[in-house]
Design a protein around this ligand. Structure first.
Ligand code: RIB
Length: 312
């Protein structure tokens, strides 16, 4: 049985600087490097490294020098690829500034990612979970989600980058993963996290809360998971690591509470190294952290509950 990720792949052009420039500002950065990235490809690598039995990815690439490192990184992680190739379109790219505090600002030039069409969806035979994001056209994402739902495949959407979602897409989802800004955009609510989660008619909604942890609402119940303490170097790809790791854990039948803990640990480790796919941990590393970590302490849980607007 396999997990299919359909989505974007970008070559990330990364520069480190003391701070991320404000609008109209120029900052002098330091070293420049390129890394394989793109939300879809990052999530596929995270899923494979998290130990998913078999991980497949549908992606679109140009026929240029940027495509090769993206393919190589995915294949090295063990992801099986179905590539839509278009020689007249550039491979997707992303321009990433990473600050000394590990935060980032990212601009994506979608290029070939915009070419993924509903008819490119491969056979869903043997697929248990389909993991999607929003760096490919919304109509295509909606068509894939609906086709998977009709085939009895569990549909997981990471609604990133943030935007409002059509009802047809929401209705096809089993799991929705968002950060706080994305939750506000999807729910059109700026109120308490718990209320925004409850307003969405998706069986399971998970919100990642950075250094606080994560909160999920499934079957009317809330689950809280505190963050794993790390010194952040670069948070690029941490959300993608969470999505891939969570889907891998759900794919092997773990209960949501355990899958949430596994995904938070994987995301924390991804913050400790530079680059998107380069920073995604292997399952053994995540399991080591899970064995030794001091997460979910009462005081941390109370602070997380208070942040979400849940009883402490
Ligand atoms: O989520 C991080 C990713 O966003 C980067 O790898 C970049 O390519 C953009 O897609």
């Amino acid at each position: 049985m396999s997990i299919l990720i359909a989505g974007s792949a970008n070559l990330d052009f990364v520069v480190r600087a003391a701070t991320i420039p404000a609008p109209g500002e120029t900052v002098l950065g330091r070293e420049f490097r390129t890394f394989p990235g793109g939300k879809g490809a990052n999530q596929a690598v995270a899923c494979a490294r998290a130990g998913a039995a078999s991980t497949r990815m549908l992606l679109a690439l140009g026929d240029d020098a940027y495509a090769a490192p993206l393919e190589a990184s995915l294949r090295e992680a063990g992801v099986m690829l179905q590539i839509v190739r278009d020689a007249s379109t550039a491979t997707g790219t992303a321009f990433v500034c990473v600050s000394d505090s590990g935060e980032n600002a990212i601009t994506v030039a979608p290029g070939a990612n915009a070419l993924l069409k509903p008819e490119h969806l491969p056979s869903l035979e043997g697929i248990t979970h389909l993991l999607l994001q929003l760096e490919t056209p919304l109509d295509t994402v909606t068509a894939y989600a609906r086709a998977a739902k009709a085939a009895g495949v569990s549909v997981v959407l990471n609604a990133a980058p943030a935007r409002a979602l059509p009802e047809a897409l929401l209705a096809a989802l089993d799991v929705l993963i968002v950060n706080e800004a994305e939750l506000a955009a999807v729910s059109a609510s700026s109120g308490r996290v718990a209320d925004a989660l409850a307003s969405l008619r998706v069986p399971c909604v998970v919100v990642t809360l950075g250094g606080r942890g994560a909160c999920a609402r499934a079957d009317g119940e809330y689950l809280l998971q505190t963050a794993f303490a790390v010194e952040p170097v670069d948070t690029t790809g941490a959300g993608d690591t969470f999505c891939g790791a969570l889907t891998a854990a759900l794919g092997r039948g773990e209960p949501l509470r355990d899958a949430l803990r596994f995904a938070c640990a994987a995301a924390a480790l991804a913050c400790t190294r530079l680059g998107a796919q380069a920073s995604i941990p292997a399952r053994s590393e995540v399991d080591n952290l899970l064995r030794t970590a001091q997460d979910n302490q009462p005081q941390q849980l109370r602070a997380l509950a208070a942040h979400c607007g849940l009883p402490t």
